[in-house]
Write a protein that binds this ligand. Structure first.
Ligand SMILES: Nc1nc2c(ncn2[C@@H]2O[C@H](COP(=O)(O)OP(=O)(O)O)[C@@H](O)[C@H]2O)c(=O)[nH]1
Ligand SMILES: [Mg+2]
Length: 219
């Protein structure tokens, strides 16, 4: 697989700001500071996304368009948007993380053909909208050093109600010793119901596997 081009395209404020060009999206979701921007830069080998030691900078959905050739499925060119959504788990004043995520991500996900309905309407959790963008998958980033955070568990449960393919990425894996790594990955698997893919934007671990996943979801 070869990356041909990668660009920052736009900061979408609401659903109308999302390009309706038929290119599928993969959304990056996670707590502020978990490493979303660093991952986009590591995947592309470019400084496309602003990274920061101070959490809570992204207020909009930042869209990055990738153009690649090959990968699983053989030769052929394909495109995908990586959508860097605002981080959750940073609100002051006690707003529940899941409410925060729902608020910031709602128009993004609802314009993807899925509208979140209250539980009082059983069987009507989703409905198509007029101009959907296809969300091919969600990358749910969790910090490999901190299993069991309430915000991540709530977010995982909320994302599952959307019915989108969700992959958990355990970020900053380079910061763990061998024994911590095994222990924490097991904890995440138990808590989130799926084995996370360990990744390091700093050292490159897991990025080949992630590219394979992105190609599989996008093509
Ligand atoms: N050691 C290490 N640090 C990382 C890694 N990924 C991100 N960071 C650091 O974590 C901080 C937050 O990263 P950033 O990408 O801005 O997080 P975002 O808020 O989710 O976009 C920055 O100081 C990064 O340098 C990683 O894989 N390994
Ligand atoms: Mg960021």
């Amino acid at each position: 697989m070869k990356l041909l081009e990668a660009h920052f395209v736009t900061s979408a404020v609401d659903a109308r700001g999302v390009p309706q060009d038929g290119i599928p999206h993969i959304a990056l979701v996670g707590r502020s500071n978990v490493g979303k921007s660093s991952l986009i830069n590591a995947l592309t080998g470019m400084k496309l996304a602003r990274t920061s030691a101070a959490p809570g900078k992204t207020r909009l959905a930042n869209l990055y368009r990738l153009h690649a050739d090959g990968g699983p499925g053989g030769p052929g060119r394909w495109r995908v948007y990586l959508a860097d959504l605002p981080g959750y788990g940073y609100a002051r004043g006690g707003e529940a993380s899941v409410a925060e995520l729902a608020r910031i991500a709602e128009s993004y996900f609802s314009s993807g053909g899925r509208v979140f309905r209250p539980a009082s309407e059983p069987g009507l959790k989703t409905r198509p909208t007029d101009t959907p963008h296809r969300i091919a998958g969600v990358l749910h980033l969790v910090d490999s050093r901190h299993p069991g955070l309430e915000a991540d568990l709530e977010a995982g449960a909320w994302l599952d109600t959307l019915g989108v393919n969700r992959t958990v990425l355990a970020t900053k894996i380079d910061k763990l010793s061998r024994s911590e790594r095994a222990k924490n990955l097991k904890s995440f698997e138990r808590q989130l119901g799926t084995a996370p893919l360990p990744i390091s934007a700093a050292k490159g671990e897991g990025l080949d596997d992630l590219w394979t996943l992105i190609a599989r979801l996008s093509r």
